[in-house]
Design a binder for this molecule. Structure first.
Ligand code: NAD
Ligand code: 89V
Length: 344
């Protein structure tokens, strides 16, 4: 591997701009080529980041470039073909969430990369947000004892459809797009899940999918959690895109509340701290929380490639998050609890 990693971006859309800014913030890596089937987006991102080598066809990119990795920032329908293309060329791949439109596709993608011996990471960045990492650190400190209950909550009325119009048109919406992050955070904080029970609703009549979901999960640790998300919740202060967290443990509690206020009550008393993410020079409120996590996950990828270690949100790991998404939709339809192990 060269001293400086050579990466290429596939998909130069709405969110990829954050990924490009983040790559510029990270040492020992550079994006040497960009690809988008839409020539307009290719020009916008190529010009903004000064990347001269541009492709409208991913197959041509793999033939034309010598790469240490690809960063796939397209939407889900193209993920399988692009990840499998990377595997065929022996190129490690980052793939945006949702990893794939179905669990069967995702399993095939993991197999293709395993068989080719190439690392695969899903760009599941919410667990990398510094406030969420602060909650994880408090759990690790042991101050609240053994967790027995969690609530991971994302409730908002933010207009996500203006930046991401495709979100209004899919049969699936909030669980697949946003709940997937909350479910991953639940796994990150409380471990893997055995059973999930789900209820959904559509409040906004102008979209095709569900915009409210409530999920109750049994974790294998014995803890239970509620993951609730809504894009139909009008609050006095709009919290987008903050994830709020409640954890109850045998010796205390953790509360991550609006405005990144963290309250921990445990063996050492109560401590209140401000865990606001930094506003990076290129970031903009209220997205700065997500934008900072993009730098963190991409740094992690570079470290993993350098050390030969498996990314925390590897393709194999993310199968367990995507299985929760599949199980949530199945359970919302049947109104019955769904066992996770049967899907994996
Ligand atoms: P977008 O539609 O704005 O951008 C996708 C781009 O990919 C488009 O420019 C499109 O032309 C290009 N593209 C599609 N298929 C291609 C192919 N086969 N070859 C080359 N180019 C192709 O979408 P977006 O809002 O930027 O979302 C992209 C992905 O990022 C989605 O999966 C979305 O869920 C995810 N996302 C993640 C976060 C996060 O915080 N992790 C936030 C927003 C979006
Ligand atoms: O993170 C995401 O996938 C985004 C958003 C936070 C807007 O839902 O689509």
């Amino acid at each position: 591997m060269a001293a400086e990693l050579r990466g290429a971006l596939i998909g130069c859309g709405f969110f990829a701009v954050n990924q490009m800014h983040a790559w510029r913030d990270i040492a020992d890596v550079s994006i040497v080529a960009v690809c988008d089937r839409d020539p307009e987006r290719l020009t916008v991102v190529g010009n903004q980041f000064g990347i001269a080598r541009r492709y409208t066809d991913a197959a041509a990119l793999f033939v034309g470039e010598s790469l240490d990795f690809v960063d796939i920032a397209t939407t889900a329908p193209s993920h399988r073909s692009l990840v499998e293309m990377a595997a065929r060329h022996g190129v490690p791949a980052i793939c945006q969430k949702p990893f794939a439109p179905s669990l069967a596709d995702a399993k095939a993608m993991v197999k293709a990369c395993t068989d080719a011996g190439v690392p695969l990471m899903v760009h599941e960045n919410f667990r990398w947000q510094s406030p969420i990492q602060a909650v994880r650190a408090m759990l690790d400190s042991g101050d609240i004892g053994t967790p027995f209950f969690g609530r991971i909550s994302f409730r908002s009325a933010y207009d996500v459809f203006s930046g991401q119009p495709y979100l209004a048109t899919g049969k699936r919406f909030i669980i697949e797009d946003l709940g997937i992050h909350s479910l991953d955070i639940a796994r990150f904080l409380l471990g893997d899940v055995s059973t999930i029970t789900t209820r959904t609703a559509r409040i906004n009549p102008n979209i095709a999918g569900e915009d409210v979901a409530t999920m109750l999960m049994d974790h294998k640790s014995g803890a239970m959690s509620v993951v609730d998300c809504s894009y139909a919740t009008k609050l006095a202060t709009e919290p987008f895109p903050q994830t709020l967290v409640e954890i109850d443990g045998s010796d205390g509690t953790i509360r991550l509340e609006q405005n990144y206020r963290l309250t921990v009550t445990g063996r050492n008393g109560t401590a209140v701290s401000d865990v606001s993410p930094p506003l990076l020079p290129w970031a903009s409120r209220p997205w700065h929380n997500i934008q900072e996590s993009v730098v963190a996950i991409q740094k992690h990828w570079v470290d993993c490639l350098a050390n030969g270690t498996e990314p925390a949100t590897s393709g194999a790991d993310n199968l367990r998050t995507l299985a929760l998404v599949e199980a949530a939709y199945a359970g919302a339809a049947s109104r019955k609890p769904v066992q996770l192990d049967a899907l994996l």
